[in-house]
Design a protein around this ligand. Sequence first.
Ligand code: FES
Ligand code: FES
Length: 200
Amino acid sequence: MSNDPSAVNRRNFLTIAGSAAAAPVAVSGDVAAQQGRQVSTPAATMPVTLDVNGSTQRFDLDPRTTLLDALREAAGLTGSKKGCDHGQCGACTVHVDGIRVLACLTLAVSLEGREVTTIEGLRGPDGALHPMQQAFIDHDAFQCGYCTPGHIMSAVACVQEGHARSDDDIREYMSGNLCRCAAYPNIVAAVRQARDTMGG
Ligand code: FES
Ligand code: FES
């Protein structure tokens, strides 16, 4: 997962926002002022432009919107799954500038101008499946399939990182992706096959 220290992730954001939350905003509207009430302002939106699967897309988002919610709800790309929404299952894994990240912990507005690739963007220009997608089919590496997009995005990055040279490596570097159906042996076999095809 991304360790880019410059990236604003949801944990950092919540840490900052948490201290601000103790000081509610006082609104100077006549009625509120007369009644001495404090009310919070509605969240303003922020523009952000992302390259999503090779297409430039502009969004106006509440700055608290995660990349996962932006993809699923604003861009209509529902391949990336929301499993835990807390960085624990890997179902939301996508690539940002070729690096795997957890979309549920990444704020969309922190990614201005960056390249985001989701499972929908993995296939080739001719529509052919990516070797990792084909390997998951060949090895029956899923049952319900809910974890599969995240597993495949992580597995592609795992091979590109050079972390798929042995089965132990594959298990270690795929350990952030959980599968409730326990298809792990088939997943390792699929990653091994794709690694050989991809030359990783
Ligand atoms: S939904 Fe992001 S890690 Fe579980
Ligand atoms: S195939 Fe069902 S959770 Fe992995």
